[in-house]
Design a protein around this ligand. Structure first.
Ligand code: NI
Length: 262
């Protein structure tokens, strides 16, 4: 958890799985089969963005969605598939095969207890393919194990940075300078969550290249300062507050539909 738990507001404590006892989880399952897993990454975000950006943003939005919906939030999975960022110091990556097993095992653990709706809020594009593969594997495992929840088990991946209302707001604020990695929208959210990060903000050359992603050496050659097409200097903490509101509002609606899906 990125903030010490003793600083969490009572409303946040109410929806944190990490602060519950097992009998409380059993009682919750009597009335709600849904749970939120935040998943991020620990990877470079350009010369001015925090390594924890994708984890900080995913957890912040997951907790806000939890507060709005009453759906409990698990501890964040802060490591993701970031192989292409390994050319930059501080990046810690799971291989796709490792992440697949991690997400699979988390889903099966929750399904074993009777959770039927697993809502994954993701902060990193590199996690998408692997997380979906993990869901496919988990359905098979749940069925083979004969878990009572197997027939009703559903997993959903929601990438907050791809939510239409978020993309539209980012376009309105930043135009083409949003780019696709170390974007001002995600950096703005980290500035809102951790104001000390403002001290790292500085003007960078405006044009950062955009293009394909291959291996870590090639990534560093193509994108020497780590950004892809973005201008994170445009990020402001109050923009981050707005992104948190917009993303959480859309994802809360999405979560309610998901919980009610037959
Ligand atoms: Ni990111």
């Amino acid at each position: 958890m990125s903030s010490p738990t003793h600083f969490l507001s009572p409303r946040t404590q109410d929806i944190c799985l990490a602060l519950k006892t097992w009998p409380e989880v059993e009682n919750y399952l009597e009335v709600n089969k849904g749970v939120i897993i935040p998943i991020g990454s620990t990877e470079q975000h350009g010369p001015t963005g925090a390594i924890g950006t994708d984890a900080i943003t995913a957890e912040a939005i997951a907790l806000e969605v939890g507060r709005r919906t009453g759906v409990w939030v698990t501890p964040a999975q802060n490591f993701g598939m970031a192989e292409h960022h390994l050319g930059f110091a501080g990046t810690m990556s799971l291989k796709p095969s490792t992440l697949l097993e991690v997400v699979h095992d988390l889903v099966i653990s929750l399904a074993t207890h009777g959770f039927e709706r697993i809502f994954v809020i993701n902060g990193h594009g590199g996690n998408i393919a692997t997380t979906k593969a993990a869901f496919a594997k988990a359905y098979g495992t749940a069925s083979k194990l004969g878990l009572p929840a197997a027939a009703k088990l559903r997993c959903k991946l929601s990438n907050w940075f791809m939510v239409a209302s978020v993309v539209n707001h980012a376009r309105a604020l930043y135009g083409d300078r949003e780019g696709c990695h170390a974007t001002p929208s995600e950096i703005a959210l980290t500035l809102h969550m951790q104001p000390s990060l403002l001290t790292k903000q500085r003007q960078l050359p405006e044009s950062a290249p955009s293009g394909s992603i291959y291996g870590p050496k090639d990534f560093r050659r193509r994108y020497p300062d780590g950004r892809m097409g973005s201008d994170p200097f445009l990020a402001q903490p109050d923009h981050g507050k707005a992104f948190l509101e917009i993303a959480s509002s859309s994802l809360s609606d999405e979560l309610f539909s998901f919980l009610n899906e037959l």
